[in-house]
Write a protein of this length. Sequence first.
Lengths: 433, 99
Amino acid sequence: MPKAPLLAPPGPPTLTFRWDGAPVAACPGDTVASALIAAGELATSRSAKYRRLRGPACLHGGCGTCLVRVDGRPNQRACLTPVREDMVVEPQNTYGGLDPTALVDQIFRRGIDHHHLVVYPRLANQMMQGVARELAGFGELPDAPPEGAAGLFDHVPEVLVIGAGRSGRALAAALAAAGRPPLVVERRAAAALPAAERPARLLAGVGVFACYPQERLWAAASEHPPVLHRLRPRHVVLAVGAHEPTIPLANNDLPGVVSARGLADMLEQTGRRLAARVVVVGEGPRAELLAAGLGAERVAPARVHKLLGARRVKGVQLDDGKILRCDLVALAPDPAPAFELAAQAGAPIRFTGAGFAPVCDPDGRIAAGPAAHPLEAADAQTAPPPPWTLWAVGELAGATTPAEIQASVDRCAAALLRALAESPAPEDSHARA
Amino acid sequence: MTARTFVCRCEDVTLGEVERAIAVGLADVEEIKRYTGLGTGPCQGKECLSALGRLLVARGLVPAAALRPFTARPPVEPVTFGALAAGATGPVAPEDPSR
């Protein structure tokens, strides 16, 4: 059944891929998620416990509900996967349109208390364990093992910038202009970045997945092609931005409930335009900016009674009973800094009121803090300090507006260049100035 | 479909389940994670952790200065076993010249 398109293409669609067996038209620059949303296909999976329909939500590689099977490989993020001609994309953890497991949501209307559910009688417990085991897990194994072993690359950059969003690109440009181009690692494909702003030294489609301070390295990987990158930088700039946390509203999980920031970025990246009615839920200047950018009506979360719809969102019911009909609900919460890599690197972490963030000075320099836990303190006494200086820019450093992000980048770039001038590269560094 | 308010969509943890955890006396991010499963799905807390933190602070259950996140263990991005295994063996290649 064809569905009404929600995003207009920037030009005539020239690509076709298969979604759940049916052809879907796409444009160069589309991700699987943008093409599916454009086509009105909003659900990509069912949830673990209540078996509710879920779809792309954060549109930013963070949330985990747009995981799909692509050309026989499970758990690919639709929002980060560029569309290729003839690719075969399938939903995960669903069993066609009429999913009998969706009854779980109806049966357990008062919620599932898994601490006590069907513990007795034991026979019933055994049966339920059997069913639960069948339901658990994500996707199914790949169709075929990977061809050959994964590649391995070692890098010893003077400066590593993690993230090529607004702040990462601007910082890389500032350092490059001073003759110190950094190595930039970005999990999105290079095509997702504006061509004029692509850093000179860029590992795109590569996600930094860990910092191992005791091994003195940062680790990044791509899946397609399978490659592991080991990075031993002298300076690390975390330009990893922020997550968009959920806003607790009734039915905030419906397909079509997306991040306003993610939607705005997706439109910018793909050149698509909204052809759908959107309601932004959020408050404050950032939510107002996002709503204005999307040309959407905005309501404060406190006014929302619930989101309406069954298989996809259809509207917003307000506390006064008024109903705002829409095709997409865009949530605009206060962003929560992506603190995870900083925490792994040993940065002191504090709660900002919106989320957790590393403690840094106005230039973004993250001081090695006192260990939060006695066991960590014991480690810190025996292990040498990590051989890098850690920096935070942009949203991770607390900036929210474009002007604040630019100011954060300017301060960090100036301080970093001063630090580089004060301590020239050691002999064993392979970094190219 | 039953109307539910989700704090963690990965593990289907509702606001009601978090309330139940608070009602039995749990008031800490780590405790509530262990009790409800919140934050243990594929997103590893990117969507729910700060939402829970805000809730606990707003209720006066934890002072903001004392609030701790749960441990952000690797991997923070998906990585295949194949790529991880490449780090255990294999020659060390020079810096990728093609980039």
